[in-house]
Design a protein around this ligand. Structure first.
Ligand SMILES: Cc1ncc(C[n+]2csc(CCOP(=O)(O)OP(=O)(O)O)c2C)c(N)n1
Length: 642
């Protein structure tokens, strides 16, 4: 209450309404170690209702995490460890970045899946290294959002019985009473997904604890839901039980509430017996952790190879020579980059045993199935191919959960145009620096017959503008090999690969390594001028061939530059970028089958960008490309007109 009052913003309602739930978790039943927040054997507590962040911060503080009272006092202030919504990396004990409602539920499903995968790979009858529960607290908002429905249906289908979803059912949302917008029976809905559902009074600690323990015991193939009826803003009668309790409106009644609750006038007051209780409780938790550690050390001794593998996965180690493991493509290959990607993926999957690959019911088109990797299923948790169903948003949010869990590397696939369905989750992966790999295919109007609904136009550039996301659109199979290696080696953020449906020519004039290494740099010269430089053509992906063909007609002063990844190119030194795109040459033409804005930075006021300012059309892909001006002749005409 005091922190929300001091910052004059934030949410009082949930931290007060769910105080008893959190007391049972942090005061008793959660298996964790505040001194080792990333302990792999811990229970995960994910606050999907991220607006209630002060709930999490208060209990982490009381539990003895490295979150001192000064940080609680700096709630929502610059550079504090207590940002407005929980942010992964910022605060010890925060498992996921949450706030966009619904995401945390899907993240929890991803963590639960990853925990099942880890248990299947590493547990032995005498070593239960991974024996944990994933506990998620979600409100009406989270459960109204579609992404939680996608992920929960997945959890039910795949039998993730290590998942416990606590539904803070307080009958209130932001604007009004929940009844204004919902009349479904949420419990029945979750039963239909395959959850086991209990209902309790969320403010009765004994009843809630009983339900939680029951849920923890039930390893019956069903994820668990506990519907906890609570009173939002409990303790501030002026707002309790109404939507006014939701935000900071209750802050003006806090001093009165403190009196009524029998608390002293001192702000941020924690009684000595509470401090003592938590100090004692922490000792017990650490003792349990030590017992686990002993068992873990025994396992390490008996299974040194597996132990090393696990440690490497936790450390996100990726073999340095990945690129060399991908064989060169035959010079006469005429492959779509999605097909080249499929071939590049197999050796990577052999080198990276923790790489998992999924598709939203499009493995047959996205071609990212790990051969011999098996399928993840109810019965078989060590499968490496995940069938997400037609749940793109759910897939990407679940992938984030896998990333937060921190052992497996998640890759996932769909048609690029559906990236819009995934965008909220991709944005959070970028924000949280999760090393996800998105293998998104059918990347342009080259899709053809399926028509404008399936043809990305603004999509690639729309993704390029997300900070901390690398978008790579390779031009030929060797650039594709480089793109896959780049994605695998980048462990401090996500990479999205935009791959073609249609075949592209091999750029045989350049040797294999130049193309592959060029992708790592983000931009490089694919055809150097033989005379004095007077024209630069820029492109990427399937349109680079047109720039190369045009260059043949535009004289010996023409250079062609491939920019498969704008973000990587931007990370190069000024000197390198100047070598590739010298300031002195301002006659520049760029071509890409998409919106043009992103190219302006490299083409400038004196140049010209050939692109699209409309949606695509249905017809054979090569004809659609021609119709929309994606030709060498167009590049030649534009260059001559400069
Ligand atoms: C995707 C998304 N949409 C909207 C919001 C803004 N928002 C934050 S909390 C909230 C209401 C949520 O209601 P509920 O989950 O019942 O939380 P409670 O009122 O119980 O705290 C809204 C609309 C958001 N954070 N995320």
């Amino acid at each position: 209450m005091d922190a929300v009052q001091a910052s004059k913003s934030g949410h009082l309602g949930l931290p007060l309404g769910c105080a008893e739930i959190a007391a049972v978790l942090y005061g008793s039943d959660l298996q964790h170690n505040p001194d080792e927040p990333r302990w792999i054997g811990r229970d995960y507590f994910i606050l999907s209702a991220g607006h209630g962040s002060m709930l999490l911060y208060s209990w982490l503080h009381l539990s003895g995490y490295d979150l001192p009272m000064e940080e609680i006092k700096r709630f929502r202030q610059l550079h504090s460890k207590t940002p407005g919504h929980p942010e992964f990396f910022e605060t010890p004990g925060v498992e996921c970045t949450t706030g966009p409602l619904g995401q945390g539920v899907a993240n929890a499903v991803g963590v639960a899946m990853a925990a099942k995968m880890a248990a299947a790979r590493f547990n032995t009858p005498e070593h239960m290294i991974f024996d944990q529960h994933i506990i998620c607290l979600a409100g009406d908002g989270c459960l109204q959002e579609g992404v939680s429905a996608e992920a929960s249906a997945f959890a039910g289908h795949f039998g993730l019985d290590n998942l416990i979803l606590i539904y803070d059912s307080n009958a209130v949302t932001l604007d009004a009473m929940a009844a204004v917008t919902q009349s479904e029976d949420t419990g029945k809905r979750f039963q239909a997904y395959g959850f086991e559902v209990q209902k309790v009074d969320g403010q009765d600690m004994t009843a809630f604890q009983r339900a939680l323990r029951k849920a923890k015991k039930r390893d019956n193939g069903k994820p668990q839901m506990i519907i906890a009826h609570t009173l939002i803003g409990k303790g501030i009668p002026e707002v309790a039980g109404t939507s006014k309790a939701h935000g900071e409106a209750g802050a003006k009644y806090v001093d009165e509430a403190r009196k009524n609750l029998g608390l002293p006038a001192e702000h941020y007051y924690v009684s000595d017996d509470v401090r003592e209780y938590f100090a004692r409780h922490k000792k017990g938790l650490v003792r349990k952790y030590k017992r686990w550690e002993k068992m873990y050390k025994d396992w390490q001794g008996k299974h040194p190879e597996q132990a090393q593998q696990l440690q490497d996965a936790i450390d996100k180690k990726v073999p340095a020579d990945l690129m060399e493991k991908i064989p060169a493509f035959p010079a006469d290959a005429k492959l779509a980059t999605r097909k080249a990607g499929s071939e590049a993926l197999q050796p990577l999957a052999r080198e990276m045993p923790f790489l998992i690959s999924g598709s939203a019911d499009l493995h047959g088109s996205t071609l990212n199935y790990i051969e011999g990797g098996g399928d993840f299923s109810r019965e078989k948790h060590d499968g490496r191919n995940v069938h997400y169903g037609i749940r793109e948003h759910g897939m990407c949010a679940i992938m984030n959960g896998v990333g937060y869990h921190g052992i497996f590397r998640a890759s996932g696939a769909t048609f690029l145009v559906f990236a819009d369905y995934c965008r909220a989750s991709i944005r959070l992966a970028a924000l949280s620096r999760l090393p996800n790999i998105y293998i998104f295919t059918h990347d342009s109007i080259g899709v053809g017959e399926d028509g404008p609904t399936h043809e990305p136009v603004e999509t690639v550039t729309g993704l390029r503008i997300i900070p901390q996301l690398d978008v790579i659109r390779p031009a030929d199979p060797e650039e594709t090999a480089g793109a896959f290696a780049a994605a695998a080696q980048r462990t401090d953020g996500p990479t999205l690969l935009a791959l073609t449906r249609q075949a592209v020519p091999m750029m045989n004039e350049l040797d294999v390594n130049t193309r592959r290494e060029g992708v790592l740099k983000g931009g490089y010269i694919v055809k150097r001028e033989t005379g004095d430089l007077n024209l630069i053509l820029l492109s990427c992906g399937s349109e680079l061939q047109h720039a190369l063909a045009a260059a043949k007609e535009l004289g010996d002063g023409t250079r062609v530059v491939s920019i498969p990844c704008f973000e990587r190119f931007a990370r190069q030194s000024d000197e390198y970028r100047e070598q590739i795109l010298p300031d002195s040459c301002r006659r520049r033409v760029a071509i890409e089958a998409g919106v043009t804005q992103i190219w302006d930075q490299y083409v400038g006021l004196d140049g010209h960008v050939i692109g699209l300012h409309r949606f695509g059309m249905s017809g054979p892909g090569d004809q659609v490309m021609k119709e929309m001006g994606m030709t060498a002749q167009h590049v030649i005409d534009a260059a001559k007109a400069l």
